[in-house]
Ligand binder design. Structure first.
Ligand code: FAD
Length: 369
């Protein structure tokens, strides 16, 4: 065969190739490039011509059909091959179980994801500190019964500085070296956050407090779409920089669905002088209705295209899961193509979607020795 046209083309190749294709406006330049343009609005396939086929083929450029759209629409190159990228750095978030059955489920989830050798796994702290001992027990079990590096979420809500410091010291004594330091959400029933009179007011203060206690690895939260209670987007970014400068090692973002939301946030952080890692938080959507409700509270936008994708699947869990895997796979592959090599998954204590998406990113279970 003569010269072939790879579907995978980079932007500049795509742009050159665009010049060979007719567009909807049928510009004079294209007339020149496509001498076989016929009078009925059809044209010679540039593909056939480039492939060396001497026989002219007439194609309909009607944008209502696939060939017409391919000839007249935008060019989209393929994403990079998984072989061309190193495996990503992964971390997984779990929440502490409420009862024995849920604990067994969590450990099934942990065992499955453990094989992917994540950098760390984090365990949340219930709103208002409501899971303090369950979080501690889960983290302690991770230390003693797994090969994983646990990160304990810790919040400022409803506790004095001394109480929070005590929890942090207990973690250090138990061998826990990584804390996800958060202001925390108000307890159930409270509409807004009020700092405890003797407590750390914001995550920034907690980060400083932790730095005084021990040499923790510290992650903090980040909000690509601005924290819902922020005075303004600029205030939020200034505050985020202060929080990072207070001694954080990285930030983990609130989940988002449009990759542009995260990438534009990185641009803004870079312009503000933030250079520490900002790990995207990925939420595979297993229950769209729940996610929509939760997103309204935490300020994450739910794009109309996502709603459309889950439309009519309320009672069809199997299809929902397949759609969810596809959506998240697209999201992470676009991020990966943009240079992102670390991902934090909100697992909701369910391993399958996270495992599948991590696999697509190039992660593989560690080989047995
Ligand atoms: P902060 O960073 O301290 O501040 C939140 C916002 O308040 C800032 O963005 C800023 O706009 C504003 N602000 C800061 N200082 C001031 C000021 N002086 N005056 C006015 N406004 C100010 N919640 C839990 O309860 N448990 C968890 O385990 C948990 N895990 C999370 C993990 C991740 C990765 C993320 C992103 C969030 C998590 N959350 C958790 C939710 C989090 O606690 C809430 O989003 C909370 O409302 C803010 O916490 P923060 O640490 O980001 O707060």
């Amino acid at each position: 065969m003569g010269e072939s046209i790879p579907f995978a083309m980079n932007r500049s190749q795509g742009a050159q190739f665009d010049n060979l294709l007719p567009n909807k406006h049928n510009t004079p330049a294209l007339g020149k490039l496509l001498p076989y343009h016929d009078r009925t609005g059809g044209c010679i396939s540039p593909l056939r011509k480039t492939l060396g086929d001497a026989t002219p083929t007439i194609m309909d450029t009607n944008p209502q059909n696939t060939l017409g759209r391919w000839l007249t629409g935008p060019r989209v190159g393929t994403l990079p091959s998984p072989n061309s990228l190193p495996p990503p750095k992964l971390s997984f978030e779990f929440f502490p179980p409420k009862n024995d059955k849920l604990e067994a489920d969590l450990w099934t989830c942990i065992r499955r994801l453990e094989s992917l050798n994540p950098r760390f796994v984090s365990v949340t702290y219930g709103a208002g500190g409501s899971t303090r001992s369950r979080t501690h027990d889960t983290v302690a079990r991770l230390v003693s019964e797994s090969t994983l590096t646990p990160a304990a979420h810790l919040t400022c809500v409803g506790a004095t500085r001394e109480e929070v410091d005590e929890v942090a010291r207990a973690y250090w004594a138990a061998g826990v070296r990584h804390i996800v330091a958060l202001r925390g959400d108000p307890p159930a029933g409270a509409s807004s956050y009020t700092p405890h009179p003797g407590g750390y007011a914001q995550a920034e203060d907690l980060v400083r407090g932790l730095r005084r206690i021990a040499d923790f690895d510290i992650s903090v939260g980040a909000y690509p779409e601005t924290h819902p209670a922020a005075l303004s987007a600029d205030f939020d970014l200034d505050y985020f920089k202060r929080k990072m400068d207070a001694g954080a090692d990285r930030a983990i973002t609130q989940y988002f669905f449009d990759t542009d939301v995260y990438l534009r946030f990185l641009d803004r952080c870079h312009a503000a002088g933030i250079t520490l890692p900002i790990v995207p938080g990925i939420l595979p959507v297993s229950n769209f209705i729940q996610v929509k409700r939760f997103s309204a509270m935490c300020g994450a936008s739910v794009p109309a295209w996502l709603e459309k994708l889950f439309e009519g699947l309320e009672d069809d869990e199997n299809t929902r899961r397949m759609v969810a895997a596809t959506v998240a796979a697209e999201q992470v592959r676009i991020l990966q193509a943009n240079g992102v090599d670390e991902f934090h998954f909100y697992t909701l204590n369910r391993p399958d979607l996270t495992f599948a998406i991590a696999h697509i990113l190039g992660a593989r279970p560690a080989m047995a020795a």
